[in-house]
Design a protein around this ligand. Structure first.
Ligand SMILES: [Fe+2]
Ligand SMILES: [Fe+2]
Length: 326
């Protein structure tokens, strides 16, 4: 079993063990000058979530088996920031840098047809990568941000993205093969080898980026979706409880208030501008919903629910008593 990186692994050891992880560090916003400090210390200083950093580092070094059991420890937010920074790196730095080197190496100034086609092929590829990453930035990450804010969308699942998600390294592989097998350099051969080396690295980097999305990001978002779906169920249950404790409609509450103030059915009908039959229907429904059939029982319910004030009821009762004694 490979020795996975952990909290106490020295950051400098990780870089020496797998130099390709240097790019990962910059995407997490971790600068060089790491000294002998551990992953945990460096992440704490840089404000990076350590379990997420370790999950990505182990994934890129040892594959998805290294993180399967720790998926629930991954911060979706930190992982998404990492992926956004990676997109920015490819679109703003790495792919344009390769284009500049390619332009220099294949000597398009000579109007070599193959050289011009290679450049056109590369430009087409850059456009594809841009569309792929802009879709993720604008659609998928916006969806995940809403999930992180507690908004659960029943009509979309991260699996919908996963099913459509394709690798973006194949065309680069094709370009690399065309150059290696069919392009005879007329200019500086060293420059072409130099750019080929960059294409090899970029291809591997893009492949691992897509794998990270499929095997770490998608499952981590899936866990978040499940948690929110469960919370949604709890919320529904709570709403159901509310119905049990507060089952009366606004009109029924008005009827209760009238009854506990001592009004007759006729008085309630006149007061609420409804028919006596409607009052009787409301009373029947109130009794059924509350399972309370007496005025004294309704009075307790009305006071306990805050529908009426006990002092007001006492004053009303005193007025009625005084009136009956006249
Ligand atoms: Fe991506
Ligand atoms: Fe992707």
């Amino acid at each position: 079993m490979p020795s996975y990186y952990n909290d106490n692994t020295k950051m400098s050891d990780i870089i020496c063990d797998a130099p390709q992880l240097l790019q990962m560090m910059s995407r997490f916003g971790i600068p060089l000058g790491v000294g002998d400090r551990s992953v945990q210390e460096i992440c704490a200083t840089a404000g990076v979530d350590t379990p997420t950093f370790l999950a990505v580092a182990n994934f890129m070094r040892h594959g998805s088996d290294s993180v399967t059991q720790h998926l629930d420890q991954v911060s979706v937010s930190a992982l998404m920031t990492y992926l956004k920074n990676a997109h920015d790196y490819y679109l703003s730095f790495q792919l344009p840098a390769i284009r500049r080197k390619l332009l220099e190496a294949i000597d398009t100034a000579q109007q070599n047809d193959v050289a011009l086609l290679i450049l056109k092929f590369y430009d087409g590829y850059m456009g594809e990568v841009r569309r792929h990453m802009e879709y993720e930035n604008h659609k998928i990450f916006t969806y995940v941000e809403r999930l992180l804010n507690g908004t659960y969308d029943k009509n979309f699942k991260i699996d919908c993205f996963a099913r459509r998600h394709t690798g973006i390294d194949k065309k680069l592989q094709e370009l690399k093969n065309i150059i290696i097998k069919y392009y005879v350099p007329t200019g500086d051969g060293d420059l072409l080898n130099y750019v080929l080396f960059d294409i090899f690295n970029c291809e591997a980097d893009l492949r691992s980026h897509c794998q990270l999305e499929d095997e770490l990001f998608v499952p981590a978002v899936g866990i978040l979706e499940e948690q929110l779906a469960q919370q949604g169920l709890c919320h529904s249950e709570k709403t159901g409880d509310k119905t049990v404790t507060d089952p009366l409609s606004e009109r029924e509450k008005e009827v209760v208030c009238c009854i506990v103030r001592g009004m007759t059915n006729k008085e309630v009908a006149a007061f609420l501008f409804i028919s006596i039959n409607t009052v009787l229907t409301h009373r029947k429904n109130i009794s059924r919903k509350l399972n309370i059939h007496s005025v004294s029982g309704l009075t307790i319910y009305a006071i306990a629910s805050g529908l009426v004030d006990v002092k007001e009821l006492n004053a009303t009762a005193n007025i009625k008593k005084a009136a009956s004694l006249r």
